[in-house]
Design a protein around this ligand. Structure first.
Ligand SMILES: NC(=O)c1ccc[n+]([C@@H]2O[C@H](COP(=O)([O-])OP(=O)(O)OC[C@H]3O[C@@H](n4cnc5c(N)ncnc54)[C@H](OP(=O)(O)O)[C@@H]3O)[C@@H](O)[C@H]2O)c1
Length: 350
């Protein structure tokens, strides 16, 4: 039997990078995105491709051999101000899958990464815990459109599908500004430089609410397992670390790690209060001998506001994942500590 060959869409994204690294352990990998990755990985061929361009997809798929699995972690350009586009995200997935089929690839499985926004986590309080069988919430959501496409193809396609629903992505890769670890660490470094304690920038409700994270390496293991487990075919699975946290409990731990006093809840709009801190960040970079990076590239402050504003619990059940046999879990506090340690070792944060 031919060796499995994995095609990862969005291979340079925060999730796609780890997935690429993980799948390279099992077979040969082609990673695609429009822009090239910052660094190469052993066993990974890089393919520059714009998924919005259907004819470019057809051409690119004809130039490849033997794709057995498609892992989809791409995401159409978006900002924090408007909802993510439905038709464009759907077209990107469809362009890729149908180009691979047209080029005769022996695709056996298509995995699509979704998220807790499937349950309306960004819109307001939702059921605790959220389960995969929960009814969809009203309103447009590109996850629904992509999932409906997979379901509509289920009977005639030669592949099976699966989806994963992670939350609060936690990772230690350098060079990713839309990252929880980076937002928290850079925020802490700036406050420390100002001689302030580590106050919590979000809302009081957010400080107390239950939250959940997904470590990207754990997610990549879960996705690899879902794709390889026939009993998971044509289904969705929540994939989170397996524990639930509150910022209230984590904040003093972070303060200790960063050598600061824990501060009170002091609700601010990070997007506004951090806008003029580039000169201070440059001083921090100089003082601690960090790798110089443009201030805009170290932390996405609107993402911080998005994280620390909702006052409701965000809790997804992993009962289904466990019942199907994936029992690996990760401790969230330790995951944060590992991420900060790795970013420090890479001289990205002080
Ligand atoms: N990040 C989170 O906190 C989080 C949490 C839960 C769920 N999710 C879900 O996980 C999925 C992946 O998200 P992510 O945050 O990992 O994404 P991301 O970091 O924004 O990365 C997006 C990837 O897609 C590529 N891409 C964008 N437009 C493209 C195009 N037209 N053609 C080809 N490639 C394109 C990007 O590279 P180029 O720009 O170079 O093309 C990049 O590799 C999404 O469905 C997201 O909703 C994310």
């Amino acid at each position: 039997m031919a060796q499995d060959r994995y095609l990862i869409a969005g291979a340079t994204g925060i999730i796609g990078r780890r997935l690429t690294e993980r799948m390279a352990q099992d077979g040969s990998v082609v990673g695609l995105s429009r822009r090239p990755p910052d660094s190469t990985m052993d066993g990974v061929r890089y393919l520059p491709l714009d998924l919005t361009d259907a004819s470019a997809c057809l051409q690119a798929m004809q130039d490849l051999d033997g794709i057995s699995h498609i892992f989809y972690a791409a995401r159409h350009d978006h900002d924090s101000k408007s909802p993510e586009k439905v038709e464009e995200n759907l077209a990107m997935l469809r362009n890729l899958v149908e180009a691979a089929e047209a080029a005769g690839h022996p695709v056996r499985h298509v995995h699509v990464v979704q998220g807790t926004k499937y349950y309306g986590s960004n819109l307001g309080p939702f059921k605790t815990p959220a389960r995969e069988s929960d009814a969809r919430v009203p309103g447009a959501n590109f996850y629904y459109a992509q999932e409906d496409y997979l379901i509509a193809r289920e009977n005639e396609a030669r592949w099976t599908w699966s989806t994963s629903r992670p939350h609060g992505i936690l990772d230690d890769q350098p060079g990713i500004a839309r990252s929880m670890a980076m937002v928290i660490a850079v925020y802490a470094a700036l406050l420390k430089a100002l001689g302030e304690p580590l106050s919590f920038p979000g809302t009081p409700g957010n400080f107390e609410a239950q939250y959940q994270c997904t470590n990207t390496a754990h997610l990549a293991d879960g996705i690899a397992w879902l794709a390889a487990t026939p009993g998971c075919a044509n289904q969705a699975f929540n994939v989170i670390n397996g524990d639930y946290v509150r910022w209230r409990d984590l904040w003093p731990v972070f303060a200790e790690i960063f050598g600061m006093k824990p501060g009170p809840v002091r609700t601010v709009r990070l997007t506004e209060v951090m806008a003029d801190k580039a000169p201070l960040w440059d001083q921090i970079v100089e003082k601690y001998g960090l790798v110089p990076q443009p201030y805009e590239a170290v932390a996405v402050w609107p993402y911080g506001d998005h994280l620390f504003t909702p006052h409701w619990d965000m809790v997804s059940s992993i009962d289904k994942l466990r019942a199907h046999g994936f029992t690996q879990t990760v401790e969230t506090k330790q995951s944060f500590l590992n991420a900060f340690a790795a970013l420090r070792a890479a001289r990205i944060i002080p």
